[in-house]
Design a protein around this ligand. Sequence first.
Ligand code: HEM
Ligand SMILES: *[C@@H]1O[C@H](CO)[C@@H](O)[C@H](O)[C@H]1NC(C)=O
Ligand SMILES: *[C@@H]1O[C@H](CO)[C@@H](O)[C@H](O)[C@H]1NC(C)=O
Ligand SMILES: *[C@@H]1O[C@H](CO)[C@@H](O)[C@H](O)[C@H]1NC(C)=O
Ligand SMILES: *[C@@H]1O[C@H](CO)[C@@H](O)[C@H](O)[C@H]1NC(C)=O
Ligand SMILES: *[C@@H]1O[C@H](CO)[C@@H](O)[C@H](O)[C@H]1NC(C)=O
Ligand SMILES: *[C@@H]1O[C@H](CO)[C@@H](O)[C@H](O)[C@H]1NC(C)=O
Length: 366
Amino acid sequence: MAADKQLAALAVAMLALLAAGPAAGLVHYQSYLPAGCYVGWFPFVGKLMCQTLNPNPSPKHAPTGNGLSPDYYNSTCPDAEYLVWEAVKNAIDENRGIGAGLIRLFFHDAFVRGADASVLLNTTASNNLDTERTAPPNANSLRGFEVIDAAKAAVEDACPGVVSCADIVAFAARDASKILSYGSIDFDVPAGRLDGLQSFANETNTLPGPGSSLAQLKTMFAAQGLSTADMVTLSGAHTIGTSRCRFFTGRLSAMDPAYAKNLSAACNGTGSPDNRVDQDPFTPNDLDNQYYKNIDKFVLFASDAALNSTETIGQVTANANSPTKWQSDFAAAMVKMGKIGVKTRASPGTDGVEIRKVCWKVNSNY
Ligand code: HEM
Ligand SMILES: *[C@@H]1O[C@H](CO)[C@@H](O)[C@H](O)[C@H]1NC(C)=O
Ligand SMILES: *[C@@H]1O[C@H](CO)[C@@H](O)[C@H](O)[C@H]1NC(C)=O
Ligand SMILES: *[C@@H]1O[C@H](CO)[C@@H](O)[C@H](O)[C@H]1NC(C)=O
Ligand SMILES: *[C@@H]1O[C@H](CO)[C@@H](O)[C@H](O)[C@H]1NC(C)=O
Ligand SMILES: *[C@@H]1O[C@H](CO)[C@@H](O)[C@H](O)[C@H]1NC(C)=O
Ligand SMILES: *[C@@H]1O[C@H](CO)[C@@H](O)[C@H](O)[C@H]1NC(C)=O
């Protein structure tokens, strides 16, 4: 990385640190992370700030799924899942990349405050504007919000005030998985999530970054109640969608030379860090097991290549050799991820819940 790029990364990290404020307030929420520590997102500075990462966090919320059930809307809004499917199908027919966006949206929702649609807010009850959407892992990156909004409008029309945005995000990720895998990945989504009232940019540091080591990936998934095997399974989502050049041009020399040359051309060397490339150079639009065949010379991130480790290579090879094994593992891991930290009628949590009327704002701002 050129010196000016290091400085730029440093400046961004310092800004993030300042924005995070004093180590008070919400730091208890994921106390295994020091305030302002974004693991694997900012080279150099990130490493310094994350030195005290607790390697054995106890999960804040075990993904038990208490309060969720399949066919949750069967009597209160029988067309809910069909209407979401329709919105997702229409969007993917226009742009297959949106399917990748919807799957990632679900992941970024679940890992921050649980699967409570906090990722969708761009304004909150306390008029907090620095919501999750503005944070480094999400800004200029997450996509598919308008699909969630369209799905929500359709279900509100059919049955007002019944279907939560958090459930819509989970249904949409399932539908995108089914479409992008040509029907090979299909699963029931237990539902009954309620929507949270809060969203804070600084809580997104529970999301692992592209520079994360295997130890850090394991820790950050464990903190959510997910296993190392779940982590390996879910990382397979990097067989679709795109990434900005900034996250991988520093490690081109570790890749297949011909591939690195192509990437370098697409990224203008390191000159255009916001250019985007496909994550999977072979079948970029298909949710398949190609990711595992790409490890480790045809994957973009250090966090992807980290799966070429003694502890994980067995599962990587098994997934590379058996598409059906990975497909069923992926379905199960998506269901499990959707159970993280859910707020339900049985267990509403302490920060307030509702069923939003519009997915990007709380009802008190409606
Ligand atoms: C294991 C740790 C993970 C790391 C470090 C990571 C990191 C990243 C990064 C840096 C990007 C590129 C973002 C950009 O350039 O704007 C990305 C894209 C993506 N990630 Fe991950 N990710 C991880 C796990 C996951 C999981 C669990 C899923 C879903 C199950 C997922 C789904 C995606 C998808 C679909 C994209 C492409 C999004 C698009 O094209 O809009 N990732 N990830
Ligand atoms: C996170 O941000 C919120 C609101 O901006 C603030 O009240 C809180 O103190 C911050 N937490 C940390 C750990 O910096
Ligand atoms: C809806 O599903 C629940 C279980 O998920 C079941 O108990 C209930 O009888 C179903 N209702 C209808 C109308 O099918
Ligand atoms: C919030 O996001 C939605 C898309 O989900 C967008 O339509 C809306 O204009 C945004 N509002 C603000 C205040 O940024
Ligand atoms: C590099 O790009 C060329 C031209 O698009 C393509 O034919 C080739 O397959 C690519 N090679 C790799 C390894 O990605
Ligand atoms: C390529 O990168 C250089 C900086 O290294 C920049 O000045 C130039 O505008 C970039 N060219 C394109 C086409 O993006
Ligand atoms: C993967 O890890 C093994 C064992 O550490 C190493 O020898 C190899 O070079 C790495 N890369 C590939 C492509 O196997």
